[in-house]
Design a protein around this ligand. Structure first.
Ligand code: ARG
Length: 260
């Protein structure tokens, strides 16, 4: 090979290697090809219809659709990962994720340690019981075994009704486990967010369960949870959420999940 041909071959190699590495770089989640900022979102993807995991591993649901629309409106991107319920709070604190989106109720206790964006959904607690149960109110749960997802507002409501150390509270790692315990008679009732309880009943018409409502359960509001003091992200979320509330996108997603 002539000297110049050799040089040409070497240069081409160097160039293509450089191009390949640039290509790989664009897969880096914090620096996508389109230059949009990517925020890491953690969730407990076992809470249908808000977030659940498809057999292929995809995380889908109302929360997922809404946060994606929020991101689009705000000109950023989100990368959603399953962290589990208790893991979420820790992951926000240690910076592993930027925010938690998981049907999280804004509570005063949580506001001491975290910041929330504005509310995006109203909820309350419902009691799930076997079809033939005589339980007809929150008060009727006294002395019964009650399945809850540990650390959720279901757990908190039951403890505030019957005492923090009430032995009848049976905490589970996730809500499906609590419901499963009910279906095999391990607990007498489950207390969880209304929409999740209703979704379970709808999806399992042969489960022989029913729900009980009680006005003693306070209204709750879901919000996105960010690290305390991260006002920049909090504000970005608030502005972007407002945009999809104003332009009908939120309503469109709401209607596809819950009807008009
Ligand atoms: N809204 C309730 C709470 O904030 C329950 C949320 C549970 N969410 C979940 N993805 N498991 O405590």
């Amino acid at each position: 090979m002539k000297k110049w041909t050799k040089l040409f071959v070497v240069m081409t190699l160097v160039l293509s290697l450089a191009l390949v590495s640039v290509g790989c770089g664009s897969k880096d989640n914090t620096a996508p090809a389109d230059g949009k900022k990517v925020f890491k979102v953690g969730t407990d993807a076992a809470y249908k219809p808000f977030e659940w995991t498809m057999p292929n591993g995809d995380i889908v649901g109302f929360d997922v659709d809404v946060i994606k629309a929020v991101a689009e409106a705000g000109g950023f991107e989100v990368q959603i990962e399953h962290k589990g319920w208790e893991g979420l709070f820790e992951a926000v604190n240690n910076g592993e994720i930027d925010m938690a989106v998981s049907a999280i109720t804004i509570t005063e206790e949580r506001q001491k340690e975290y910041d929330f964006a504005n509310a995006y959904f109203e909820a309350t607690q419902l009691i799930l019981v076997p079809e033939d149960s005589t339980i007809a109110s929150l008060a009727d749960l006294e002395g019964k075994n009650i399945g809850v997802q540990q650390g959720t507002t279901g757990d908190i409501s039951v403890r505030s009704a019957f005492g923090k150390e009430y032995a009848g509270v049976k905490p589970f790692e996730n809500t499906p486990f609590a419901i499963q315990a009910l279906t095999i008679g391990q607990v007498d009732a489950v207390v969880a967010d209304n929409v999740v309880v209703l979704e379970y009943i709808k999806a399992n018409p042969n489960a022989k369960v029913k729900f009980v409502s009680d006005d003693a359960f306070e209204p709750e509001y879901y919000g996105y949870l960010v690290k305390k003091g991260n006002t920049e992200l909090q504000q970005l979320l608030n502005e972007s959420l407002q945009k999809i509330m104003d332009n009908g996108k939120y309503e469109e997603i709401y209607n596809t999940y819950f009807g008009k």
